[in-house]
Design a protein around this ligand. Structure first.
Ligand SMILES: [Zn+2]
Length: 285
């Protein structure tokens, strides 16, 4: 964790990468941003910037977490943070990071997915959030006001929102493809300039994307029966129609109860019994 302070007061921003240790784009973002400030190529004028490599132990071994069951991005719940840290690294790390996130005006958590996808923004859809994430090259927002993802408020962005800040999560694309790294760093530098934390390099013209907005509605869990898709393995935001059989848990069909899309399909080699295979979402805008 690196904290950089400007000479003047201003926005307190936390940028996180590697909350999942095998997501290279976010890790590369944090290291590149650190290099830019450490070498004085960029100078923080105002506010405070905290650059965080999230799951340091998982990054060391190139895995999502220190074990498949431990997901650092589900540890930021009131219940978990209210008690003492549990006896595994992700729990201790969440307790370390919580005070930084609690005091942040803005947090940006950079992720990538286990299967190829277009970039999207899995965070709240609001004008406050849009003012920040509009600088990223993405036009899909996947909101989760009912906390379908974790079952309760548990992600970094949800925690920051709950503490009164603006929590952003950005899924930059496929984890094995780091070609989007320069564009993501460019987006973060524009956000810093827009917050007047650094000098803008040239005229800052806010992009005005029209967002497609979805809301998570259901988590589909891997049971003992296994799961097979009826069609090919789905892309993120693949459309499903009401009544469509998406796949089978053994002999039991998984049927779409309304028109919508598939969200966060997990690569089959990462399926764990009792955990999500994919989610369903409905279009709200
Ligand atoms: Zn991730």
């Amino acid at each position: 964790m690196w904290q950089i302070s400007g000479d003047l007061p201003g926005t307190r921003m936390a940028v996180l990468g590697g909350v999942h240790g095998d997501e290279e784009t976010g890790i590369g973002c944090i290291r590149s941003l650190y290099d830019l400030f450490a070498s004085d190529q960029k100078k923080l004028k105002c506010g405070k910037l905290t650059l965080i490599l999230g799951n340091v132990e998982a990054i060391k071994i190139g895995k999502r977490g220190t074990s498949p069951e431990h997901n650092l991005n589900r540890m930021f719940s009131d219940r978990h943070l209210a008690g003492p840290a549990l006896d595994f690294y992700e729990s201790r790390r969440a307790h370390e990071l919580a005070p930084v996130l609690r005091s942040a005006d803005v947090s940006i958590d950079i992720h990538s997915t286990s299967v190829p996808t277009v970039p999207f923004l899995p965070c709240a859809y609001s004008p406050r959030h849009e003012k920040v994430y509009r600088w990223f090259d993405a036009d899909i927002v996947l909101s989760d006001p009912d906390f379908i993802l974790g079952g309760f408020r548990s992600t970094t962005d949800e925690y920051v929102d709950h503490c009164g800040g603006i929590g952003i999560c950005f899924e930059t694309g496929y984890a094995k493809d780091t070609s989007r790294l320069p564009a993501v760093i460019g987006g973060i530098l524009n956000i810093l300039a827009d917050q007047r934390m650094i000098e803008a390099s040239g005229h800052l013209k806010p992009p005005r994307p029209t967002y497609r907005v979805y809301q998570l509605t259901k988590k589909i869990i891997l049971t003992d029966a296994g799961f097979s898709f009826v069609k090919d393995f789905p892309q993120s935001f693949h459309k499903v129609e009401k009544g469509e059989v998406i796949g089978y848990h053994g002999r039991i069909p998984e049927i779409a109860s309304e028109d919508g899309v598939i969200a966060f399909p997990r690569a089959a080699d990462q399926w764990i019994k009792g955990h999500d295979i994919f989610f369903l979402a409905r279009k709200i805008k």
